[in-house]
Each structure stands twice: as C-alpha cells, then as structure tokens.
Ligand binder design. Structure first.
Ligand SMILES: [Zn+2]
Length: 252
C-alpha cells in the first residue's frame, strides 16, 4: 500500500527518514523554504509545491517579491502553494491588504504557469478584514470566493461543512488532517471520496508524515470504508491533482 502525504514540510523535520510506503508532496511557504523544498524534491524525485504564504508577507514584507517569483517560475513545481489568506496573524487592515495583494499575485502566477493551487486559509473572528461594502469577511469564505474556474485544494481544511461543499462545487479538493473534531467529521462525511486528499502538514501539525495513517483511518471510519481503499483513492486523487506519475510512486 502506498500513501501520499499531500502536504508536508519535509525539509523542516530534523533527523528523519520517511517510510518507504509514504510519498510526500513537499511544500514551501517562503523564499528560503521554497529553495529547500525544491532542492530536496529534485534530489529525491518527490512532487513539490512552491509559493509565498500570507504569514511570510507579514513577517518579511513584499519588497523582494519579484525575485521570489522568479525562483518559483524557474523551478517548475507541481503546484503553487501554500498561498492564501490567514487572518489569525493580521492585526490591522493594512496587514489584510498586504495578504490580499500577495494572494492575487500568487493566483496570477498559477494562472500564468497553468498550475493548480494549494490554499491556506484560516479564520479568526475579528472584523479587521472587510469586503468593499464594509461587511466583515472570514479568510475561508474569501479564499473560496476567489477560486471560481481554478484548480485548487483547501489544505488543512478547518472550515464548515457548507464551506467545504462550496469548494467542492467549484471543483476543489479538500485535504484532511488526522485531528478529530465534530465539524471535520461532518466535512469528511459530505465531501465525496474523489475530492479528498490526506496530509500531515508536518512538522507543524502532524509531527511527521506518518500522521496521515491516522487521517486515513479517520476517513475510513466516518465513510465506513476499508483504510486500504481510502489510502489508494486519496493517493490517486493526489496524483491526478498534482500531476505526477505512478512510476514515481513505484520508486517509493
Ligand atoms: Zn503547511
């Protein structure tokens, strides 16, 4: 059986050998992490994803964005990510605007390179982020609202069942982590199996990619399926979404 961890930061895990039955999709989030992700992926022949995350815009500013984009362009990743909006860290409307500016540029880059997107979105109930009419909006709704006509996955999905189904109606995928919650159970139950990916987000959520075994078991339990089938279907979904071949898996 082969598992695909659709989202991990393998280069951030110290002294770790990934088991042979897990193929990782290696994801960057800043210029320095993009460089590490790209180097590791080309050494090991792993699929990889490069992008500038909203937190990076707040931490490092956008002064070197064009250089960062040049590196991504030249590296030919499988997708653009992780990118999106995170209002947990935004502490002013200026921060929100910075995140939005960056996200629009990343969407334009994905369009230009004809690549799918890995979306990071996290809400925090504050009313810093507003729509043009002044009504407060959360990051999950705002991200989904920008995905019409795009190929995308909602990574570490932590929204509601309704939000998940809106993403699915737009053609999106929902990536599931091992952590259990009432809302996540509803999401797993409603999202069709052909739109589900599993991920560890290691080392920040799962400690290592091995936490996807728990995510697979969780989905199998909620959907009343065999874990082997969930592993196989979610791996097939990841291969289709990120566009890598089974022969890469054969080497894993
Ligand atoms: Zn991540």
């Amino acid at each position: 059986m082969v598992f695909v961890d659709a989202h991990c930061h393998l280069f951030d895990i110290k002294r770790y050998d990934i088991p042979n039955d897990i193929l990782p999709v290696v994801v960057g989030y800043s210029d320095s992490s993009n460089r590490k992700a790209s180097a590791l992926a080309s050494e090991k022949n792993y699929p990889f994803v490069l992008g500038i995350a909203p937190q990076t815009a707040l931490k490092e500013g956008l002064g070197r964005l064009e250089d960062w984009i040049s590196f991504i362009r030249g590296s030919r990743p499988n997708a653009i990510g992780e990118i999106g909006l995170d209002y947990k860290w935004a502490s002013s409307s200026g921060d929100v605007e910075k995140e939005r500016t960056l996200f629009r540029k990343m969407i334009a880059l994905a369009d230009e390179m004809k690549l799918p997107m890995v979306i990071h979105s996290r809400d925090k109930p504050n009313d810093i982020a507003r729509k043009d009419d002044g009504v407060p909006i959360g990051a999950v709704d705002e991200c989904i609202g920008m995905m019409e006509g795009k190929r995308f996955v909602m990574h570490f999905f932590s929204g509601t069942e309704e939000q998940a189904m809106r993403a699915v109606e737009l053609g999106g995928y929902i990536s599931i982590i091992h952590m259990r919650s009432k809302e996540r159970r509803k999401v797993i139950n409603s999202v069709p199996m052909d739109r589900i990916l599993v991920e560890s987000d290691a080392p920040f959520v799962g400690r290592t990619p091995e936490s996807i075994r728990e995510a697979v078991d969780y989905i199998a339990e909620v959907k009343d399926m065999e874990p082997e089938i969930v592993a196989k279907l979610s791996a097939d979904n990841a291969m289709g979404f990120f566009g890598f071949k089974a022969k890469v898996l054969g080497q894993a």
